[in-house]
Ligand binder design. Structure first.
Ligand SMILES: [Fe+2]
Ligand SMILES: [Fe+2]
Length: 147
């Protein structure tokens, strides 16, 4: 196991937290396949599944950011695109790389993930929570106006 799911990674949005927790599982599966001496096609499969899950997660975050006109979405998406660029190059090499190089990639993904979640994603979840509390406040106002 490369990453343990811990409180530092919990941001307070149930859906995003669940998706992040799932990504931790897929990062660990890739790392475990690599370090348990699994056949190379299993390691490749775990790498491709991880990349697919990352893509889906990024798409769901970006969808929310666009829908809510999140101001920092361009900078946030640049971070996502940088990782996808790295992953794209990595997936083209994964069949040929030696285990040491693959381990470096796994550590790189872990570091990228923990940094991104605790900075850019934390900022976005803070924004989401503000949006919800503003919505609640305006609902309360309109209920008060009706009375
Ligand atoms: Fe995220
Ligand atoms: Fe993100």
């Amino acid at each position: 196991m490369l990453i343990d799911w811990n409180d530092r990674l919990v941001l307070g949005d149930a859906r995003i937290d669940q998706e992040h927790q799932d990504l931790v599982t897929f990062i660990n599966r890739f790392f475990d396949a690599l370090t348990n001496g699994a056949p190379r096609d299993e390691v490749c499969g775990a790498a491709f599944t991880l990349a697919e899950q990352v893509t889906q997660h990024f798409n769901s975050e970006v969808y929310l950011m666009e829908a809510l006109h999140y101001g920092a979405r361009a900078a946030h998406q640049r971070e996502h695109k940088a990782l996808m660029g790295e992953l794209g190059g990595f997936l083209r090499r994964v069949g040929q790389e030696d285990d040491r190089e693959l381990l470096k990639v796994a550590v790189f993904i872990k570091d990228w993930f923990t940094t991104h979640v605790t900075t850019a994603d934390a900022q976005f979840v803070g924004f989401l929570q503000d949006e919800v509390s503003h919505e609640d406040a305006s609902e309360e106002r309109s209920l008060a106006e009706m009375c």
